[in-house]
Design a protein around this ligand. Structure first.
Ligand code: TQI
Ligand code: ZN
Ligand code: ZN
Length: 169
């Protein structure tokens, strides 16, 4: 079943139209932008929340960036596999991805040549759940279940994810 962070933090009532921006130091392609846009849409489809791309990482509620190793928050990335990404509970809005992963942005991850290939959209949907206040679920099929295998794609919200997010919003 779904879970929350201690104290059930969430984006406040008067702040349901959220903006997100990419760290300007990373080169973000149109394909990467559309992966994140699809991932945010999955959550906005089932909540009163909206997500709009902003060009200013200083003003945006949510900032997204790819980093290698130590990147200033005391939770260094570890190279290929291991930790893939992390996101902090509301209202932090920080969403970091390990630049060392073999991210599959476009195309079929299940047919990737790399055994370590990780589907970017699958990780984005999971991390956005954390950004909105969901912890890990015990339901194996849910997006918030804490396991992902390389070369798999899991992007559809499960009824357990939807019940969890609709409790918060
Ligand atoms: N990153 C962990 C995660 O997002 C970070 C983490 C560990 C965490 N414990 C936490 C975040 C508790 C919030 C609360 O779960 S990860 C998965 C999953 C990771 C893991 O790189 O290990 C996904 C990233 F769920 F599949 F295990 C994406 Cl989808
Ligand atoms: Zn970080
Ligand atoms: Zn997680």
């Amino acid at each position: 079943r779904y879970a929350f962070f201690p104290g059930e933090p969430r984006w406040p009532e008067g702040h349901r139209d959220l903006t997100y921006a990419f760290n300007p130091e990373t080169d973000i392609t149109d394909e990467i932008r559309s992966v994140f846009s699809r991932a945010f849409d999955r959550w906005s489809n089932v909540t009163p929340l909206t997500f709009e791309l902003s060009t200013s990482p200083y003003l945006a509620d949510i900032t997204i960036g790819f980093f290698n190793g130590e990147h200033g928050d005391g939770e260094p990335f570890d190279g290929i596999l291991g930790t893939l990404a992390h996101a902090f509970s509301p209202p932090s809005g920080r969403f970091h991805l390990d630049a060392a992963e073999s991210w599959v942005v476009d195309g079929d991850v299940t047919r990737s040549a790399s055994l370590a290939a990780i589907d970017l959209e699958s990780v984005a949907v999971h991390e956005i759940g954390h950004l909105l206040g969901l912890g890990h679920s015990s339901v194996v099929e849910s997006i918030m279940y804490p396991a992902i295998t390389s070369r798999t794609k899991k992007v559809e919200l499960h009824s357990d994810d939807i019940m969890g997010i609709q409790y918060l919003y």
